[in-house]
Every structure is written in structure tokens, then in C-alpha cells.
Ligand binder design. Structure first.
Ligand code: NAD
Ligand code: ISE
Length: 346
């Protein structure tokens, strides 16, 4: 029997995940969709043969066995709490919620339920490039890590984007990735702004985040959200004995040398750059829910941890100060090892 899912939010990533669930991932059926924009929901529902329901009704509907939340970040808490209350597995796009307090309410509800039901869409943990980087690091070839240099460049962002979104919506991916990559929490953050791009309107774009990890590794993250030339994600780890970096060419891409030049494609957006990672993320989530096992992807605790760092970074952006991260104690439900990923199946 296929897993029957309901999807809340039929915007860009909601539609992309619905396409994935209906044409890429096996063993799953989209039976209901919801969106405050009735027209958007109806158009998608018509394409995949799903019903249109109001979001709160969708979560409770007995035909819906598991829920995907793909609406705006500020609306995630309501739907995730409702799914936990209904005892249903829920895959929530990042961020889990927009404040540490809201994330903590989700953590507390899940701890109260006594089992893991929530997975957060931090898909970089499923990307072949980041997984290869982590295997290299954990294998010891470059020695003890000292620093990581990251860049996260969007070709452009919508007009409603604010400085705080550059952290909570964009840099939050690196915040989650480095916790997983190094198996260490971020203990302090500082955000620097310098000369702003003439392409950026009122935004303080680019930003530079300095993350300090427990154990002393330093991570710098450039956030540029009007890079124009494409969507470009970079990462290089400096170890005591060498360095390891994400490849330049897109996964499966080629590098062409011709007429005295060398070139490869730059992704247009996150859908192109991380398409295979979203596929793996949802394939494994569906398989886990069908098997009745707890999700082993990013947890509600990971969502909370990322939110505490993002909130501290937003404070640093306003005050120009280094901000220490404060967090509640981690509940036993979330204690996991940060094991290296196994071999990838392609
Ligand atoms: P979007 O604006 O394209 O779509 C969001 C949709 O949610 C819209 O159709 C909107 O009408 C709907 N919506 C808003 N409030 C709602 C509510 N209360 N109930 C039901 N529907 C509601 O945005 P998007 O780019 O698809 O982003 C959606 C979420 O996915 C965000 O949290 C974003 O951060 C996340 N996202 C993650 C990635 C990733 O790389 N993992 C990529 C893109 C977006
Ligand atoms: C978007 O919401 C995502 O999550 C993308 O992965 C990220 O690169 C982009 O900056 C966000 O707006």
C-alpha cells in the first residue's frame, strides 16, 4: 500500500515536492493539498488528482497518513504541532519555525508524544558533494579540521526579502550543515557587513557570518543574495594536513576546456543545484514512514538548534557584537551520533 500524504503549501517548493512524490519517489500518493491561495491549490490538485482541503482539516483528515509542510516559515508551527497532536509523521520544510521559542514548543510537543515524528528539510545532508566532503573529513585524510570557508550565493531574491531573511532563510542552511559536518554545536556568532552590492537595493548584501564551533573550528559564510551570475554554493575545509572542497561542476556536470578557456555550468537556482538531494531526502523519508521507523534525518532538535544560531546572528547584525548562543538542554529523545554517511547509491 502506498503512503497517503497531504501537502500544505503549493508554492515553489510545494509544487516541486509534489512533482517529486508523484513522479520520482515510489510508494507514495498525494491525496490532499492545501494553500491559502485557493487557486494555486486547485491547479496542483487537478494535475495530480488530489483533494483541496483547508490546512488544519488536511492534517486531521483520516485519509492523510503523513504531512508535508511547505508553506511560509511563519505558518509551520501551527501545522507541525497539529500533526504531532494527530500522531502523524510530518516533513517540514526549513526553517522548522521562525523563532527559537516556536521551535522549542515543537520540541516539547514531540517529547510529550514520546517519539520522533518530525523531520526538517535541511537537504544538504543528502547532497552527494557534502556527503563526500564529510566522508573525507571523518576518514582523517586532511587531519584535524581547523576552519571552513563557505559561500551561499543566490542569483536574486524576491522583493519582500529583508536582511533578517538573509540569515533565517538562507544562511540557516550552512548553520545546519556545519553542525552535522563537524558534529559540534555553534557556540558564538558574529555578523559583518561591508560595502553593499549596487544590485541589492536596501539589503546589506553581502553579509559575512563567523561561526565559532565547540572545539574551536571557525567557519566563515559569505551570504550574497543578488549574485546575478547564478546559484553558487561553495565549501572548503582546512585541516592540519590538507584541504577538502566541494567540486566546482554541478553533480554529473562536465568541465569544458575550449579556445583557451575552461568552463562548467553554474546552477540557475536551488532546484537545479540540490535536485538529487531533495529526491534522496524524500525517498528516505517515505521509506522510513512506511516502515514505521523514526526519521533519521534532521530532527526538531536540529530545527531548534539552527533557530537559536539564526536568532543570535540576527542580533549580531543589529548590534555589531559577537553573540553567544544560548540553548536549553537537549532532551534524550534527540541524542544521536554524528556518524559519517554510508556509501551513496546512485
Ligand atoms: P512560496 O511563496 O513559493 O510558497 C509558499 C506557499 O505557502 C504559497 O503558495 C502561500 O500561499 C502558501 N501559504 C502561506 N501561508 C499559508 C498557510 N497559512 N496555509 C497554507 N498555505 C500557506 O515559497 P517557497 O519558496 O515554496 O517556500 C516555502 C517554504 O519552503 C519556506 O519555509 C522556505 O524556506 C522553504 N524552502 C526550502 C528550500 C530548501 O532548499 N530546502 C527551498 C525553497 C523553499
Ligand atoms: C530558499 O528558501 C532555500 O532554502 C534555498 O536552498 C536557499 O539557497 C535560498 O537562499 C532560500 O531562499
Amino acid at each position: 500500500m502506498s503512503l497517503r500524504v497531504g501537502v500544505v503549501g503549493t508554492g515553489m517548493i510545494g509544487r516541486d515536492h509534489i512533482r517529486r512524490l508523484t513522479s520520482v519517489v515510489a510508494g507514495v500518493e498525494v491525496v490532499a493539498v492545501a494553500d491559502v491561495d485557493d487557486g494555486a491549490a486547485a491547479a496542483v490538485a487537478g494535475e495530480v488528482g488530489a483533494d483541496v482541503l483547508a490546512g488544519s482539516r488536511l492534517v486531521e483528515d483520516p485519509r492523510v497518513e503523513a504531512v508535508l509542510v511547505c508553506s511560509w516559515g511563519g505558518t509551520h508551527e501551527e501545522y507541525v504541532l497539529a500533526a504531532i497532536g494527530a500522531g502523524k509523521s510530518v516533513f517540514c520544510e526549513k526553517p522548522l519555525a521562525t523563532t527559537p521559542e516556536a521551535c522549542l514548543r515543537i520540541v516539547e510537543a514531540e517529547v510529550g508524544a514520546g517519539r520522533r515524528l518530525v523531520q526538517v528539510g535541511y537537504m544538504r545532508r543528502y547532497d552527494l558533494g557534502y556527503r563526500a566532503l564529510k566522508r573525507e573529513l571523518d576518514g582523517g585524510a586532511i587531519g584535524e579540521p581547523l576552519m571552513m570557508h563557505c559561500a551561499h550565493r543566490n542569483a536574486g531574491v524576491p522583493a519582500f526579502y529583508r536582511a533578517a531573511d538573509m540569515i533565517a532563510d538562507t544562511a540557516v542552511h550552512e548553520i545546519d550543515m556545519v553542525r552535522w559536518m563537524f558534529g559540534a554545536e555553534v557556540v558564538a556568532v558574529r555578523v559583518l557587513r561591508g560595502r553593499a552590492s549596487g544590485n541589492a537595493g536596501e539589503l546589506p548584501d553581502p553579509l559575512l557570518l563567523i561561526l565559532e564551533l565547540a572545539g574551536g573550528v571557525l567557519v566563515d559564510v559569505e551570504i550574497s543574495v543578488n549574485a546575478r551570475y547564478g546559484y553558487d554554493i561553495r565549501g572548503e575545509i582546512l585541516g592540519e594536513e590538507g584541504t577538502a572542497a566541494l567540486g566546482e561542476a554541478l553533480g554529473g556536470g562536465v568541465t569544458v576546456r575550449h579556445a583557451g578557456r575552461v568552463g562548467s555550468r553554474v546552477a540557475a537556482d536551488w532546484r537545479e543545484r540540490f535536485g538529487p538531494a531533495y529526491d534522496t531526502e524524500l525517498r528516505e523519508w517515505v521509506a522510513g514512514v512506511r516502515a514505521g521507523s523514526p526519521p533519521d534525518g534532521p530532527s526538531a532538535w536540529d530545527g531548534y538548534a539552527a533557530a537559536t544560531v539564526a536568532a543570535a546572528a540576527q542580533l549580531s547584525l543589529r548590534t555589531h557584537e559577537r553573540v553567544l548562543i544560548s540553548s536549553v538542554a537537549q532532551p534524550a529523545l534527540y541524542r544521536v551520533s554524528w556518524a559519517a554517511p554510508g556509501p551513496d547509491r546512485e
